[in-house]
Design a protein around this ligand. Structure first.
Ligand code: NAP
Length: 280
């Protein structure tokens, strides 16, 4: 397929790299010439674009918008003016509901997507081959979404070694609020709490703290963007989380070790339902 990736950062660069490796013709667009030069030198992309207007009148199968969340909709609005109606336009934003509805209204060839993989790093130099291997890649079509676009993306997702999961955009947002957006702020609060403890805590911190602090120590623009874009769902999950914490605090005050043990026995079983947790 002939693919253009807009926004060559961690996600855009990693997608471009795997698609190039899979034999697709992948072009990249960045605001920074140094980014596309690096991407071409590394073999991440085979050609570079300077502006969206260069996509006009050309035969592109897929354009993937991989910019920060706040830039996705303006980029799709601009793309809708230039790409052919047969081009599939997709995004990778972590929040889907209203974005998918607005993007589909702007651009008939739009299919919302969200690869469920990442790291704490950002920018083209953070791009990795194989980042999506074994990962779930959510696709969030609406009833009017074009079948051709869905089929193209399902093929590209297979080429990443990932698994396509079709879901409703609003249900997607509720689910990621619980498993992705809430953990960022829980982890950030944990880091802030530990840092009040002083240097001995940092010297003693090891693998457990590394695991629980990872997402709170990630890309600030991404974390805030997710909270802004999924505010209501995140607030609902924060409320539920605080209720659990309050209950735990009460049991600890009461010395109710039976209830605390029962909770951990239950969460130990529940964690096994998450496919990524089965081996750790
Ligand atoms: P990133 O590494 O910061 O990459 C975003 C890239 O977009 C930047 O490298 C930048 O490239 C370009 N960009 C920044 N501002 C722009 C603007 N105003 N207009 C046009 N391009 C701009 O971030 P990322 O982690 O790849 O996130 C990108 C998207 O992936 C977001 O929508 C996010 O929700 C989604 N996502 C992230 C993760 C994750 O874990 N990181 C996982 C799944 C999905 P240039 O400076 O070279 O133009």
């Amino acid at each position: 397929m002939r693919i253009a990736v807009i926004g060559l950062g961690l996600i855009g660069g990693s997608l471009a790299w795997d698609w190039t490796q899979a034999g697709h013709e992948v072009w990249g667009l960045s605001r920074n010439p140094e980014t596309t030069r690096y991407a071409q030198d590394q073999g991440i992309i085979s050609g570079s674009l300077k502006e969206l207007g260069e996509l006009a009148g050309e035969d592109w199968d897929v354009v993937a918008v991989c910019t920060p969340i706040g830039e996705v909709l303006p980029t799709i609005a601009a793309l809708a003016e230039v790409v052919a109606p047969t081009t599939t336009v997709t995004d990778v934003a972590s929040v889907k509901g209203s974005l998918v509805r607005s993007a589909t209204a702007l651009c008939a060839g739009f299919v919302g997507g969200h690869p469920m993989a990442g790291t704490a790093a950002q920018g083209i130099r953070a791009a990795q081959r194989g980042l999506f291997q074994g990962a779930v890649y959510a696709l969030t079509p609406l009833p009017q979404t074009q079948t051709l676009g869905l089929q193209r993306l399902e093929k590209l997702i297979r080429d990443l070694g990932a698994e396509a999961l079709i879901c409703d955009p609003d249900e997607h947002d509720q689910a990621v609020a619980a498993i992705s957006h809430l953990p960022v702020w829980v982890s950030a609060a944990l880091i802030a709490t530990a840092s009040q403890q002083g240097s001995l805590a940092w010297r003693l911190a090891s693998s457990g703290f590394r695991d629980t602090s990872r997402v709170g120590g990630g890309n600030p623009q991404l974390g805030v963007g997710m909270a802004q874009a999924n505010q209501q769902a995140l607030l609902g999950q924060l409320q539920r989380y605080q209720a659990h914490l309050a209950q735990i605090q009460t049991w600890i005050e009461q010395g109710n070790w039976d209830c605390l043990r029962a909770l951990l026995e239950q969460t130990q079983r529940q964690r096994q339902q998450f496919r990524g947790c089965r081996s750790s």
